[in-house]
Each structure stands twice: as structure tokens, then as C-alpha cells.
Design a protein around this ligand. Structure first.
Ligand SMILES: [Zn+2]
Length: 376
């Protein structure tokens, strides 16, 4: 564990970038998509299968893990990597976002957030210092600053106050993180849809200094057009020689638009969660496998996909197991979706390296515009 954390850009094409993040637990090829392993598991998938889809790194949720099974317990059991049998890099969020979205009865102060667990109603305190402690106990490779994020739309005064509080918490997170060789701490830019607030936030974060920078406060109800408007300038406010991470995004075309605008890392529950409810992402758009049109269809979800689901199972079978609520339906659909997302990232990395991102992007949109294959 002597190798340190580092980021190397290998090619750019327009604002799109490709490169790699080095960590003591292995390399992360960028642009990267991180599957979400909320409760120390990517639901319905064995860790080795997640790796087989091409994932270099997983995301774990501080809020969920602090409540159950508890970060102190995970630490006693050897840390999150050992606990969940994933030896490659893990990024953990700070818990802030999920306290706001999931916890009952919460009280926000300068110090932090006091909240009631959505599981058993027990009362907890989360502060920048406590979040750093929990993420260290989990053994996270990339630690996120504790921040606060208002849902959009919100008035500018509320967004400004929240952003400034998050910047004070960013400094406290930096101080509490300390010196941990091989582990990285990322700052999180806030500021809603305001260029002035985004600039102020970026300046505050650059002043503190981090190993990477996230663009937070998007994908919270503003819509794709407003998100892309922010991404037209926000990545450019952050240091060029460090990774940029767009949190909680997104749909396949969100990822393409994010990469085009200079984002290096993404995470989202969409491919796994949608898989469990019967939605598959393919080159030709979204397929709802529960639809009756698939019940006699012997063809795979996607002829061009080489994942185990598409190689071995028909739409008719997937339709049947999904309707029958068989566990294998979640396994197969999740596998296909995570595979599709990783192929998408891999194609974008290659296109950037080859200097043909625009051509690749045109092909991506053209194929989706065809819609799903014709019914038999
Ligand atoms: Zn597939």
C-alpha cells in the first residue's frame, strides 16, 4: 500500500478527457462509471460479476452503512473491501445527501445534522468530523466532503446560504481528514444553477485544496437542459489536472453529455435499480421487458451485446421471470444494464483517445433514435 493517489490525463478531444486515476487498490480508467453498492452490495450481483462488467470502482453509501451494520463493526471486521469481498477501489459519499432525502425528522445547524434513522428511528449526529471518521472506518479510497444540498428548484438565497455552509464544512472535512497517504479527499462544488455561486464555490474549494472535485447539487430535479447549462461552464472552474466527478448522474445520454463537457467520473443507481423493475438500457434506447410484446420473442435484449444475459437468454425468458418475480430476473437485467453502462464508458474512452468523440456521439444518438427492434 505504498503507491499514492494520482490522476493522469492521456488524451483530450474538445472538452472531453480520458485518462486514469491510480490508487493503491488499482487503476480507475476515466471517464468512469461507478455502480452503486448502497448497503455493501450492488443489489443482485456478486462482486466478481460487477468486476466482469468492467467496473474499476464501486460507490458505497455512508448514510446506509453507518446505520446498518455500523461503520465501527465494519472496521472491526477488516473494513468495507474485505467485508463485501471487493478488493478494488471504493468511493464513499459523505452521508449528507441521503440524510436530506431519506432520514426522518432532521435538524440542520452550523455544527452538522441531527436526524432520526429511517430504519429504527434512532437519533444520530452527522458532522464533517464524524463523516470523515465513518469513511475512514469503512476504509474508503476516495472520501467525499460532508455537504448540504438543497433540492431544486430552490430560491437563490437558500442555495447561496447552503453553498457557503457546505464550503465551511469542506474546510472542516479537510482538517478532519488529516494526512492519509493513498487515500483521497474530494471537495464538492455547490451553487445550484447560478454561475456566480458555482464560481464562488469553486474558488473556495481550490483555496482549500483537494485530490479531486465533485460537481454536486445537480440531478436533483432541474432537468437535463438546465444540468447541461451548468456543465457548460462548471468543470472549467475546477483544476484541469485533477478528476472531476458528477454526482448521482445518470441516464446514458446524461453520461455522454457529461463526458462531452469534461466530466471524468459518474455514479448512479439507475442501471441497477431499473434492471430490478424491468427496464433495460440498450443501444436502441430503453426496453420495458414486462411489455407483452416480448412474451414470444426468442431474441436477446440486444443482439450486439456480449453480456451473459444477452448471450444466453431470450426476451421471452426475461419477460417470464420478471412477471413471475423470480430472483434471476433482477440478476440478469442488472448484469446487462451494468455491462451496457461500462461498454458505453469504454467506447467513449476509445473515441476520445482516437480524437473522434463527435463522430461517436452522433452514432450514439442516431442508434437510439431508431428505437427498439420491431416486434416479430
Ligand atoms: Zn446484454
Amino acid at each position: 500500500m505504498t503507491r499514492s493517489f494520482g490522476f493522469t490525463l492521456s488524451a483530450t478531444d474538445g472538452r472531453a478527457r480520458t485518462g486514469r486515476i491510480d490508487t493503491p487498490r488499482g487503476e480507475i480508467r476515466t471517464p468512469a462509471f461507478m455502480p452503486v453498492g448502497t448497503a455493501a452490495t450492488v443489489k443482485a450481483m456478486m462482486p466478481e460479476n460487477v468486476r466482469a462488467t468492467g467496473a474499476d470502482i464501486l460507490l458505497g453509501n455512508t448514510y446506509h452503512l453507518m446505520l446498518r451494520p455500523g461503520s465501527d463493526r465494519v472496521a472491526r471486521l477488516g473494513g468495507l473491501h474485505k467485508f463485501m469481498n471487493w478488493e478494488r477501489p471504493i468511493l464513499t459519499d459523505s452521508g449528507g445527501f441521503q440524510v436530506m432525502s431519506l432520514a426522518g425528522l432532521r435538524k440542520l445547524t452550523e455544527e452538522g445534522v441531527k436526524f432520526k434513522s429511517h430504519i429504527d428511528g434512532s437519533v444520530h449526529n452527522l458532522t464533517p468530523e464524524r463523516s470523515m471518521e465513518i469513511q475512514a472506518e469503512l476504509g474508503s479510497d476516495i472520501v467525499m466532503c460532508f455537504d448540504e444540498c438543497p433540492a431544486l428548484p430552490a430560491d437563490e438565497k437558500r442555495v447561496a446560504e447552503s453553498m457557503r455552509l457546505s464550503m465551511r464544512w469542506a474546510q472542516r472535512s479537510r482538517d478532519a481528514f488529516g494526512d492519509r497517504p493513498g487515500h483521497a479527499l474530494f471537495g464538492i462544488m455547490q451553487g445550484g444553477l447560478s454561475p456566480e455561486l458555482r464560481e464562488e464555490s469553486a474558488e473556495a474549494l481550490r483555496g482549500i485544496g483537494f485530490d479531486g472535485y465533485a460537481i454536486g447539487g445537480l440531478a436533483v430535479g432541474e432537468g437535463q437542459e438546465a444540468m447541461f447549462d451548468v456543465l457548460d461552464y462548471a468543470p472549467g472552474l475546477l483544476p484541469e489536472d485533477q478528476p472531476r466527478y458528477l454526482m448521482g448522474v445518470g441516464k446514458p445520454d446524461d453520461l455522454v453529455g457529461g463526458v462531452k463537457r469534461g466530466v471524468d467520473m459518474f455514479d448512479c443507481v439507475l442501471p441497477s435499480r431499473s434492471g430490478r423493475t424491468g427496464q433495460a438500457f440498450t443501444r436502441r434506447g430503453v426496453v420495458n421487458i414486462k411489455n407483452a410484446r416480448h412474451q414470444d420473442d426468442p431474441r436477446p435484449l440486444d443482439e450486439s451485446c456480449d453480456c451473459p444475459c444477452c448471450r444466453n437468454y431470450s426476451r421471452a425468458y426475461l419477460h417470464h421471470v420478471m412477471r413471475a418475480k423470480e430472483i434471476i430476473s433482477s440478476m440478469l437485467m442488472t448484469w446487462h444494464n451494468l455491462h451496457y453502462y461500462q461498454v458505453l464508458m469504454s467506447e467513449m474512452r476509445e473515441a476520445i483517445s482516437a480524437g473522434r468523440f463527435d463522430t461517436w456521439e452522433a452514432g450514439f444518438h442516431a442508434e437510439r433514435a431508431q428505437g427498439d427492434i420491431e416486434p416479430l
